[in-house]
Design a protein around this ligand. Structure first.
Ligand code: PMP
Length: 442
């Protein structure tokens, strides 16, 4: 084999993907049901998937890719895991939805409350957005206060009051990040920078008695991977408790992934409320939020905070979540995921160090992200390099051609699942090295 054939891209052209995307654009806005899938940040045509198994996805043209998106996090066991497929089929055969209490939701509630610190009760919903939206309503109802504090760069789904990003600096009146969010809603949200205890203290000194809750991704993974100092999270815990505000950990990504008890276990900090999604549904639409029985008692039917859902606690989705957590526990999942993540880091770090652009790997267990900047890994949104999108879009196309599917955005993280094999990690490292080699000099 010559050098040339060795570097020959594995995945070929995608004419059928292009045809399907053209059809999609006729009747689905932008051709997608979630914006980042449109590949706008990296250019080119989106890949249209027709099937997936273990760590591989296959597109409608028959190209296969090693998948490090894993449906943005839910697929911690990989695609179409046989035990999940069986659990889903068995549940579906007994009826796909009842709109009444079923045994699976009780079992999943028992399991997750036994795993996550301080969680006594949990309510299931159908997405991460619903989970955070409901947790915020509960926090406001329970405290009788309106103001919510979030951090710049943290994403909590697309409920109106959470679609507020930061300006930099101390808390300002939030500006809507999306058209259609009323100013009046956004003005109830304060946005602070991550990694800045003083900013938090200053805000609480000023209006601590009006703050219902502070919501944070304890492992912020929606604007790169902005790993926090544990001291910062401890300060949040202390200040919220002192002022009678609630601390909400949004563990939609980190929950049941970084440890059985999520970031709360990892950092040894128990929030008042936690929100979940992704892994908890084993690849089906599930979200959840929970906390102490006392706090959750504010929800209808016992309490005055209304929250409901036609498909909440859906038996098929509950079965998928339950089976996922059972397999993870049985197979020592978290230990193995950390080992896989460490292996990936060992393979990628030298490639990134030798790259023609500044680059480093940031990782927490099976969550990883390539930061295209030197020095200390960024801990806040305004520390992110603005060169990253340009660098990443070059790399993204080169990796795709070599059969590696990463998230189509420089600021999205990658995931390793239990289905990934050492070969898959080596393929990524090799393809990345080749992609850097063919990069146009900057
Ligand atoms: N919170 C976090 C931390 C998330 O990462 C996401 C989605 N990526 C959400 C909330 C919203 O979840 P969903 O997309 O299921 O509505």
């Amino acid at each position: 084999m010559t050098d040339e054939t060795q570097t020959e891209p594995r995945a070929a052209a995608r004419p059928r993907s292009a045809e399907w995307f053209a059809r999609a654009q006729q009747h689905i806005p932008g051709g997608v049901n979630s914006p980042v899938r449109a590949f706008r940040a990296v250019g080119g045509q989106p890949v249209v998937i027709r099937s997936a198994r273990a760590a591989t996805v296959e597109d409608v043209d028959g190209n296969s890719y090693v998948d490090f998106v894993c449906s943005w996090g839910p697929l911690i066991l990989g695609h179409a895991h046989p035990e999940i497929v069986t659990a889903v089929c068995e549940a579906a055969a007994r009826g796909t939805t009842y709109g009444a209490l079923c045994t699976h939701e009780v079992e999943l509630a028992e399991l997750v409350t036994s795993m996550y610190p301080g969680l006594e009760q949990v309510r299931f919903v159908s997405s991460g957005t619903e989970a955070t939206m409901s947790a915020i309503r509960l926090a406001r109802g329970a405290t009788g206060r309106d103001i919510i504090v979030k951090f710049s760069g943290c994403y909590h789904g697309h409920a109106d009051h959470l679609l507020v990003a930061a300006g930099s600096g101390l808390a300002t009146f939030g500006q809507p990040d999306s058209a259609g969010v009323p100013e009046a809603f956004a003005s109830q949200t304060r946005v602070l920078p991550l990694d800045d205890e003083q900013a938090v203290e200053k805000l609480f000194d000023h209006e601590g008695d009006k703050i219902a809750a502070v919501i944070i991704e304890p492992i912020p993974a929606n604007n790169g991977l902005l790993l926090q100092r544990s001291k910062f999270l401890q300060v949040l815990r202390r200040i919220t408790a002192r002022h009678g505000a609630l601390l909400i950990f949004d563990e939609v990504i980190s929950g049941f992934r970084v440890a059985p008890g999520g970031a709360a276990e990892l950092y040894g900090i128990t929030p008042d409320l936690a929100t979940f999604g992704k892994v908890i549904g084993g690849g089906l639409p599930v979200g959840a939020f929970g906390g102490s029985a006392e706090l959750m008692g504010n929800l209808a039917p016992d309490g005055a905070v209304y929250q409901a859902g036609t498909l909440s606690g859906n038996p098929v989705a509950m079965a998928a979540g339950l089976e996922t957590l059972r397999v993870l526990r049985r197979d020592d999942g978290w230990v193995r995921l950390e080992a896989m993540g460490a292996r990936l880091e060992a393979l990628l770090s030298p490639v990134l160090e030798a790259a023609p652009v500044p680059a480093q790997l940031v990782r927490c267990g099976s969550i990883f992200w390539m930061a295209f900047q030197d020095g200390v890994a960024p801990r806040r949104a305004d520390a992110l390099s603005s060169d990253a999108p340009g660098i990443y879009s070059d790399l993204f196309g080169a990796l795709l051609r070599r059969g590696v599917y990463l998230a189509p955005s420089a600021y999205e993280v990658g995931f390793v699942s239990l289905a990934h094999q050492p070969d898959d990690l080596e393929l990524l490292a090799g393809a990345l090295g080749e992609a850097f080699d063919e990069m146009t000099p900057r």
